[in-house]
Design a protein. Sequence first.
Length: 257
Amino acid sequence: MKFLVSNDDGIQSEGILQLAASLMPFGEVVVAAPDMERSATGHAITMSRPLRVRKVKLPGLSVEAYAIDGTPADCVKLGIDELLEGKPDYVFTGINRGANLGTDVLYSGTVSAAVEGCIMGVRSAAFSLLFGETMDYSYAGKVAAEVVRILRDKDLTPDTLVNVNIPNVPEDQIRGMMVTKLGHRKYSKNYEKRQDPRGRTYYWLAGELIEEPLDWDMDIEATKNHYVSITPLDYNLTSFAMLDTFRKWGFENSSRP
Ligand code: MN
């Protein structure tokens, strides 16, 4: 088995080292990741300047690794197209420092890197460890290994990506894995308005999470209840439920407006 590993926290982050280490027993691992933190860059790609690739050594790991001055999606695209010999069997991303739950997946570079894998026809999964006072990625690494064991003889097509969120609690408090749907995360007071030393106003994204009741099988709720959340995500954003309604509303007819 061949894995392409990427992330959005940057190639020097602890989470990507753990993910690469946890996948090594299953086959070949190649790391292609941003040379600096690129969290919350979503699915951006670089078009207006060239991309530079630097071969690097990862501490304590004997894997091929590339640091790229681009976004997470750039890394996966370039990795599959140019850096790897042959298509990988999987694109695994993370382990992200912090959750990627609910609507936040749309901002996430980690999830977007996995989406890019899917777009390129490779089965992909994204891994995120919830924030905590300490960030110990070792259990999350075990979860990644378990995901490989489950997926390897299954018929998952690259149309679906596996979004995995791991609660930040001691391993013995984990209650198991749960298949979940995305919840919704809404924030209030998104920006703090301040003044710079020259008297000009600036805004800094802050935001407080609005706690609202959610279904028990939503990803946010599951991780709160100490379950590892496994969400199948489809990057085709079509609302299939609304297709017929749109036709009935008159968006579809044979005469030009
Ligand atoms: Mn991140």
